[in-house]
Design a protein around this ligand. Structure first.
Ligand SMILES: [Zn+2]
Length: 275
């Protein structure tokens, strides 16, 4: 990053903090305010695809295959059991840019849509395992979150100015992204019996990192890393159809709980939980 880009980022961050202070002064929520969010549309993004395998597993299946299998199962469940509209960034083994994935999500209204990017992780230490959920932030919550975002962003050059411009849009939906990621993490950890790797986040619930696929999404959005393909036992589970069904069911439950939370609970209840 050049010195010029760094100063631009700094100036924009100062501007953002001024804007957010004035916004919070002018919109004091009361317990009578209804949530303006009503979930009608789910956009599912199976990470990687085509020429980009994502993380390579020890067996036949790579990350792109597992992401797609779970995404297709989840889409089928949503269509069968709910009235939500569901859109997929890819429904086959093909490559699509991170910008285009977000563009597909942005076709639906920010006040009705949830964008979930589905991934699996990898680590040089094969003992590392567990589940992580992320929302976008310029600053990663920790070193491994920063490294992960850098790895996931690798297929495209990241323009820091994009981060700044889109961050303005993202601030307005951030509380919904956070609530959705919090629910996804807690439902998946409890239903799949996975290790909760978000415990070390500052708020102990949701991690943040500058993922390119999230920065361009103007709707509430999150990225989930379902487990580590470098861990034998998690690879075995994640590549089995039975466990993939279980993951899809837990994700559906998370979506329904998020919908319920935004219907009955008010914007300020979610705001109250934000760190
Ligand atoms: Zn990935």
């Amino acid at each position: 990053m050049t010195v010029k880009q760094q100063s631009l980022i700094l100036a924009a961050m100062v501007l953002l903090s001024v804007l957010s202070v004035s916004a919070s002064k002018s919109t004091q929520p009361t317990s009578k305010i209804k949530s303006p969010f009503r979930l009608t549309t789910i956009v599912l993004d199976a990470g990687h695809g085509g020429r980009d395998p994502g993380n390579v597993g020890p067996g036949r299946e790579n990350e792109k295959d597992i992401n797609l299998a779970i995404t297709l199962k989840l889409a089928a469940l949503i269509r069968e059991k709910t009235a939500y509209d569901v859109h997929l960034t890819r429904s086959a083994d093909r490559w699509i840019s991170l910008t285009d994935r977000a563009h597909i999500a942005n076709q639906s209204p920010p006040s009705q849509t949830l964008f979930i990017s589905i991934h699996c992780n990898s680590h040089s230490n094969s003992h590392v395992h567990g589940l992580e959920s992320y929302i976008f932030n310029l600053q990663a919550t920790d070193k491994s979150a920063a490294e992960l975002a850098k790895w996931e962003n690798d297929e495209e050059v990241v323009n820091p100015v994009d981060f700044i411009i889109n961050n303005l849009y993202k601030r307005s939906v951030e509380k919904y992204s956070w609530e959705a990621a919090r629910i996804v993490q807690s439902v998946l950890v409890s239903h799949l019996g996975s290790r909760n790797r978000n415990r070390n986040a500052p708020d102990k619930m949701v991690r943040r990192a500058p993922f390119r696929v999230l920065v361009n999404a103007k709707v509430p959005s999150l990225l989930v890393e379902l487990g580590y393909l470098s861990n034998k036992s998690e690879y075995k589970k994640l590549s089995s159809a039975t466990y993939q069904d279980k993951v899809a069911n837990a994700l559906l439950m998370s979506i329904q709980r998020f919908d319920q939370a935004t219907r009955e609970s008010l914007t300020n209840r979610i705001e109250a939980r934000l760190p």
